[in-house]
Design a protein around this ligand. Sequence first.
Ligand SMILES: [Zn+2]
Length: 526
Amino acid sequence: MKQIRPISLFVFSCIVSIGTLLLYNIPFFNYVAHNTNENTGGKIFLLTSLVVIMLMLNFMMTYLVMWILRMVGRILLAIFSLINATAVYFIITYSVMIDATTIENVFNTRYSEASGFFSWPLWLFIVACGVLPALYCLFQPVIIGKAKKMGIYCGSSLAIVLAIASMNINQTLWISQHDTELGGLLQPWSYVVNTCRVISSYHDEQAEEIKLPDGTITDHQKTVVVLVIGESARKANFQLYGYKRDTNPRLSKQKELKVYQATACATYTTAGTKAILEPINSDDLHELLPNYAFRTGVDVSWRTSNWGEPPIHIDEYLTDPELAALYPGESNAYDDILMKGLRERIESSKKNKVLIILHTSTSHGPKYADKYPKEFEVYKPVAKSIEEGEKNVGMLINAYDNTIRYTDFLLDSLINTLRAMKDWHSAMIFISDHGESLGENKLYMHGLPMRLAPKEQYEIPFLVWISDDFRTYKKTSSMQDAPAGKLPAVLEQHYVFHSVLNLLSIQSPAYNKDYDIFESDFHVAP
Ligand SMILES: [Zn+2]
């Protein structure tokens, strides 16, 4: 039998990379070509960039997998070929996207349900585009080569990918709007990444949080704290922080409202929300504020129109559709649904200590104009779509500023509701999960790593209102006459945990006085 001539790993990786592009990545480029709003020149530049990036990534993946795992690497590549072919067949035939939901469904499907999809054309397609490439990956003799070569080839591929990506940074907004579709059309990344996401979200749900030492409630005074977690609300566009527009007409008239300088610990929802709820900055999962308060005996309710929060273990967790069902006749189109029936909910509590957390989505992009009722469209014209916003940043900012005006209205109503509840000590804390880019340096949305993120993505509003005679505030070091026990000039999100513990009179070893914006005082008479 004639031996097949061995080839270098470089040539092998090139062949696999080009093969992957031609066999499995066409639907991805088809989608880009049909959905980008670039003119012909821009379209060619974008597509060429993506082709080069894909070739480099596929090359790098093949080279690394083969170099590190050898025979196991070959088997992996062969398995990828088979799954890629199957995925592409379903994408072409049924116009599906391979997103996290698809993967979850695949895991949860019984053979009897799935067998309906198997047909002769599918088998033929899998043999031609899956089995043959798989055999090639398994049996083509390859000379692996030295580590130095691997470093040079993979390093330069990565450099090229980063260089081209940075030339296309103005596409961030478009990509973030289409990320599910783009990711869902790209093999093998679609199912590899989404399988990891499904598994990690499963693990997150199961994750054992590090329990905090037990706490005790030290008085019986009726107390309610409403913590409002903002979504993508950035400090720069709040009138309260000096913005040129009157985006806070109502809150700026609330005399007792305190306005703190603050920065977020991260630029995306999951990490920002976790930082607001946890006692210390940590990669571990510590017992979160609602879980801890609930375990200590506080009546806790979580109301959300958002997602991406860390695991919450309480009895009352209500999404906006569930709230709409609870209050017939109310629509959950906007975030006011989160405050429906709130006063009755608090006053009917069987406990003296109540913690309400409202996880809003009011300034969530990119379609800001969809996030507020018509009467809050004060700044016009607004960008209705992302494409309009990219062409005219002013229109995008108009829409965004309207979401801040709507936030202003919601928080103001909330304060007025609490103030009217004379039998209760009450507090409202508003803090955002992270900020937002609105076209500065051609950046949009959020999510850049903290090292690279512009200040717009992490400078956040932090507003606190408390009812009369409830607690006294510490001064911040930026206040001229700050006495002993002062706060730093700029706060971070972990101040929420300790300040809320104080407001709810929870005495606990987990409490840290230095992170409390109120003077610590646990000796209130019962
Ligand atoms: Zn967010």
